[in-house]
Design a protein around this ligand. Structure first.
Ligand code: ATP
Ligand code: LTN
Length: 330
């Protein structure tokens, strides 16, 4: 039987957090043998909000190192920089012309960001989900592993694809969002009702993949909890403790009820220190490998170039098919 094709992406919009690792990368690594994988560093998505060009460039390479250090094998998973494949931008334009303004206006991520910023919100940010649809549809993707927050965008992708399939003979494969429950949403250490995000301006809210042991201990010791001193999972009443349980559960691959039992008579101080240790331990092998790739950037650049080449035939074929159907070009 043919392997299912998987596509996912992470934008180089800030330093890589354990949220990105636990919500996305760890799952990609776990399933790379069973699937045909394409994992993209989506730099075109990152510039939908203001960025320092030097930082985008630095992070493109840094994220590739992180993908490798976390265990993605370039022989099993193609990875590349989105802007290195021009088909993504070109297909976005065509999909734009089959996406209704009304449906794009209903995207909650955009609405939230618009409400927050109001000023200088770009058309690019509004169009973000359509670029994401192009990423997915270019590769005849079957499965899209993402965090909960991206489900609506994959649903929009399906709607656009179904609409175009109806109008033009079967153009696109209809993708499924794949959302894993545990670890699917890691929250900010200082504000545990909000999602940890790499673009957060407060570094104490996140653990970054390169944070050293001392920094990790300090950040967890300051994590916001509550005052009843019981280590129990209850998202609504105890968001801080629930977040720490969730983090430890993914870091140690232990179910949450088992952790609740183990810490039934511990205080928060001890628990936080153990959570910190579990994350330090989880990151240690990744950090060791990152240090190796720091010394061998030419290899990382080659992996990215090869990745962009490997995926080219499929992207080019899909774009050609769409242009022909729509009547574009000579
Ligand atoms: P930004 O702050 O720029 O919005 P982000 O950290 O939210 O970035 P994305 O690049 O939007 O990350 O997402 C990359 C992947 O990581 C997606 O699959 C997303 O769902 C997942 N992800 C991001 N943040 C978290 C989180 N806190 N918990 C779990 N998964 C997350
Ligand atoms: N919008 C996604 C990143 C992303 C993506 C994709 C994910 C861009 N293109 C295609 C899956 C498939 C996010 O996580 N913020």
């Amino acid at each position: 039987m043919d392997k299912k094709r998987v596509f996912s992406g992470i934008k180089p919009s800030g330093d890589f957090t354990i949220g990105n690792y636990m919500g996305a990368l760890v799952n990609w690594v776990a399933s790379q043998d069973e699937k045909e994988n394409i994992f993209c560093i989506v730099d075109l998505h990152s510039i939908t909000v203001p960025q320092d060009p030097k930082e985008v460039k630095r992070r493109n390479l840094e994220f590739a190192k992180i993908y490798l250090a976390a265990g993605l094998d370039p022989k099993k998973s193609a990875f590349f920089i989105q802007s290195d494949r021009p088909e993504h931008s070109e297909l976005t334009w065509i999909l734009n012309c089959f996406t209704y303004f009304g449906e794009a206006s209903r995207m909650t991520q955009f609405k939230d960001q618009y409400r927050e910023k109001k000023k200088n919100v770009t058309v690019g940010l509004f169009d973000y989900p359509v670029l994401m649809a192009a990423d997915i549809l270019l590769y005849d993707t079957d499965e899209v592993p993402v965090g909960e927050d991206q489900k609506q965008h994959v649903e929009l992708t399906r709607d656009i694809a179904e609409r175009m399939n109806k109008k033009f003979d079967k153009l696109f494969t209809i993708p499924e969002p794949i959302i894993k429950k545990t670890g699917a949403k890691i929250m900010k250490l200082g504000e545990p009702t909000k999602k940890m995000a790499k673009s957060d301006v407060n570094p104490n809210n996140s653990i970054y993949l390169r944070d050293n042991a001392e920094t990790i201990r300090k950040k967890f010791s300051r994590a916001v909890t509550d005052s009843d001193n019981k280590i129990k999972f209850d998202k609504a009443k105890k968001p801080g403790i629930s977040n720490l349980l969730n983090i430890m559960s993914v870091a140690t691959d232990t179910p949450i009820p088992q952790l609740e039992k183990k810490y039934a008579s511990s205080n928060y101080g001890q628990f936080k220190s153990d959570v910190a240790d579990s994350v330090i331990e989880m990151l240690a092998p990744i950090q060791a490998k990152l240090a190796e790739y720091d010394k061998n950037e030419d290899y990382v650049l080659k992996v990215l170039r090869d990745g962009a080449e490997t995926v080219a035939p499929r992207a080019q074929a899909a774009l050609k098919r769409v242009k022909k159907a729509v009547g574009l070009g000579i």
